[in-house]
Write a protein that binds this ligand. Structure first.
Ligand code: ADP
Ligand code: ASP
Ligand code: MG
Length: 405
């Protein structure tokens, strides 16, 4: 659709009724500039966290389906309030939930994936000259059950809609001025990046930079939708533009990411024979557990130790499965560690540059950091380290690569 703008406002941006009124004014002025507007919103402030706490006051282990019914209510509050604020400013507007816009997803509750967006309803509303406000983070599966897309998933709702309707761009409004070289709340002198590639941001987001939901960057790249990340409070700053790679050959560190919410599982003395890894990881896959770093040590003749990491919130499920696996194959025991974090440096081509890895490891050595695990890809080097040293290490590595300049 021509002249279509998709905007997304995060939780802080709609964190109070005053903030909602400000956002409404901004949307209306954009509309009066002649744009068709679809606006995706998150739940107000820390609503989603409060809903999670509420659930756990009732049941320590609620079913994922009921969690989704609960969590999706947060966004329903903010879309209706925003629509009311826009009504008052005299523009035609309608709020729609995920199911109402036809946001189809897989059935994996709490981390469903969007399978398609049925755009008929939205197009009809836009044709009636309405501003369309859409609840982020939620959809509907084949059984007409409400699903959610994983924490931070409203970004992905916005990009999916932008891609479905072939929007010119998707603007993500948040509480920082753009994508920085590191989380500005941890590294005070982190610098805002004016332009960065999908590939680099995808890596940063996947490695713990919470500014964008990783899947949103993946979709934006796939459908070639330019993404703009900018502040909903500071209108002067133009934010960060995320588009295709331009400088593939430059081997420089673009950013540092830290994921503090990591769980590590080690299965000790697993019998050394073909099919063992297959059995373990297929059991974990069947439980929808996302595995990250994997290490296998062959330390004694007939047995191995296998370690892997998972997101903190999947640790318990992963442990249950690992224990069953250990029992089935006769491994000695299962251990876990919640006190680890993953620190990564990201930049196109960096792994091919030995000077970069050497400087990274030297900086960690100077801090007395003991590295548990290392993993690399074309554009990143990640290490697992003790959580209590992680922020200090992030700041030191940021300095070592002169990202503060
Ligand atoms: P929203 O509610 O708008 O979606 P989020 O809290 O999900 O906002 O994302 C914004 C936050 O992401 C920032 O407040 C910042 O602390 C964090 N963040 C982490 N890494 C980065 C980074 N590299 N650049 C910018 N922000 C980052
Ligand atoms: N409200 C959801 C969350 O807090 C989705 C989002 O903000 O993107 O995770
Ligand atoms: Mg977010």
């Amino acid at each position: 659709m021509k002249n279509l703008l998709v905007q997304k406002y995060g939780g802080t941006s709609v964190g109070s009724t005053d903030k909602i009124k400000n956002v409404a004014e901004k949307i209306v002025s954009e509309k009066r500039n002649g744009k068709h507007l679809i606006v995706v919103v998150s739940a107000m402030g820390d609503t989603t966290d409060r809903l999670v706490d509420l659930a756990h006051e009732i049941n320590a282990n609620p079913s994922p389906r009921e969690m989704d019914v609960l969590l999706s209510t947060g966004e329903q509050i903010s879309i209706s309030l925003l629509a009311m604020a826009i009504e008052l400013l005299g523009e035609k507007v309608i709020s729609l939930t995920g199911p109402q816009v036809g946001m189809h997803t897989s059935s994996v509750h709490k981390r469903a994936r969007i399978t398609g967006v049925d755009d008929k309803r939205v197009i009809n509303e836009l044709k009636e000259n309405k501003i369309v406000i859409v609840a982020g983070f939620q959809g509907l599966d084949e059984n007409r059950d409400i699903t959610t897309l994983g924490r931070g998933g409203s970004d992905t709702s916005a990009v999916a809609i932008a891609a479905g309707l072939d929007a010119d761009k998707c603007e993500i409004y948040t509480d920082v001025d753009g994508v920085y070289t590191a989380d500005p709340r941890i590294v005070a002198d982190a610098q805002k990046l004016n332009k960065v590639s999908y590939t680099e941001v995808l890596e940063m987001a996947s490695l713990g930079a919470g500014v964008l939901h990783p899947r949103s960057v993946e979709l934006a790249q796939k459908y070639n939708i330019p993404l703009v990340v900018r502040s909903s409070f500071n209108h002067e700053n133009e934010g960060t533009i995320i588009t295709t790679d331009e400088s593939m050959e430059t081997a420089v560190v673009k950013g540092i990411a830290l994921d503090q919410d990591i769980g590590k599982i080690s299965i000790m003395e697993v019998p050394d024979r073909p099919g063992i890894a297959y059995k373990l990881f297929s059991m974990l896959a069947a439980g929808n557990i996302h595995i990250d770093m994997i290490v296998q040590n062959t330390n004694r003749a007939a047995v191995n130790d296998i370690s892997f990491t998972v997101a903190d919130d999947e640790l318990q499920d992963a442990l249950d499965i690992s224990q069953k696996f250990a029992f089935d194959v006769g491994a000695q025991k299962v251990e876990f560690d919640k006190g680890v974090s993953k620190l990564s440096i990201i930049g196109t081509g960096i792994v091919a540059n030995p000077e970069i890895s050497s400087r990274f490891f030297e900086t960690l050595y100077n801090l007395g950091v003991n590295i548990h695990t290392i993993s690399t890809s074309e554009i990143k080097i990640s290490v697992l380290l003790d959580k209590h040293l992680a922020k200090k290490a992030m700041i030191a590595v940021h300095n070592a690569f002169e990202l503060n300049q």
